[in-house]
Design a protein around this ligand. Structure first.
Ligand code: GPP
Ligand code: MG
Length: 290
């Protein structure tokens, strides 16, 4: 077996990652889905998460030659609404505070938080391509003095203890062991700091992962956790939930529109079936570091 680049002993900035993480990084280094790039092109906020809120179904009517454009704008509006809801839960953030966007993708969420709070944001990813892309976006917006992106492993960031007012994961916790992740956040967050995640989790009351949840895992090379694991590992790591919002019903319309669009990637039916059969849930959890 070839040793993944990021695992080799090296003097480069590449983070120490497992073979599994190297395969995930490879996926994101190659990823160029129009559903992400064309949506980001709308306003320069490139997201790697899904959307919430009611769909304006009129986008499917009107001239055929501009239908795609209308659908792209509508899907992006719903993804932007999701990013705003996450930012709503970050608590009181001042312009000198520092936030961590853990699993930052192409950097859209970091730019949203900086725009809202004028704060410092560090975004981290194990994908070189994503870090380079996000860095270019921050430069383009002229916010690279406050928004910085790093090639780092979220399980072992190397950032100073107590250096962050808030940390978030927007759909990236399913790539890591939560017991290790939350121990790192308990270290990174200042006492009284805020942790927020929006995540897809499997529903303990359904049982173990359904066929559709397993299909989603295979599609993205991830390992969706049960809902219970979030609360157990937060409790084990000085993170006390303050808000739990079930966004499942709010995300279904996004998937219905995405399934009808030319941007569909093939995973849409699995999400829709999993949400509708009760095996999968889309949750926001905000917690305080005590
Ligand atoms: C969306 O990224 C998020 C993930 C791939 C992580 C898995 C999330 C779950 C809730 C299970 P994306 O925006 O790059 O995905 P896509 O290309 O499908 O839009
Ligand atoms: Mg996407």
């Amino acid at each position: 077996m070839t040793t993944p680049t990021a695992l080799r002993t090296s003097t480069t900035a590449a983070p120490a990652v497992s073979h599994y993480q190297a395969s995930v990084a490879d996926y994101w280094n190659r990823e160029k889905n129009p559903v992400n790039l064309r949506l980001g092109d709308v306003d320069g906020f490139y997201h790697h998460h899904y959307g919430i809120g009611d769909v304006d179904w009129s986008v499917l009517q009107g001239p055929q030659d501009t239908r795609d454009e209308r659908v792209v704008a509508e899907l992006h509006r719903l993804e932007s609404a999701q990013a705003d809801v996450l930012a709503d839960h970050l608590g009181v953030v001042g312009s000198e505070d520092r936030l961590l966007d853990s699993g930052c993708g192409r950097g859209g969420g970091s730019l949203v938080a900086n725009k809202r709070f004028d704060c410092h944001v560090d975004g981290i990813s194990i994908s070189e391509t994503q870090v380079a892309f996000a860095t270019a976006q921050a430069k383009k917006r002229g916010v690279d003095d406050k928004v910085r992106f790093h090639l780092k492993n979220m399980l072992d960031t190397g950032f100073d203890t107590g250096s962050f007012r808030a940390v978030w994961n927007n759909e990236s916790t399913m790539y890591v062991d939560l017991s290790v992740l939350f121990a790192e956040y308990a270290r990174l967050l200042v006492r009284g700091g805020r942790y927020v995640t929006i995540t897809g989790c499997y529903n303990d009351t359904y049982g173990l992962p359904s066929r559709e949840v397993s299909t989603i895992n295979a599609h993205y090379i991830c390992d969706i956790h049960p809902r219970s694991a979030y609360f157990r590992e937060m409790a084990n790591n000085r993170l006390v939930p303050i808000s739990v919002v079930d966004l499942t019903a709010a995300t279904v319309p996004y998937w219905e529109l995405r399934a009808k669009s030319s941007l569909a990637t093939g995973i849409e039916d699995a999400f829709l079936t999993a949400y509708k059969n009760g095996s999968f849930q889309y949750l926001l959890i905000a917690a305080d570091r005590i």
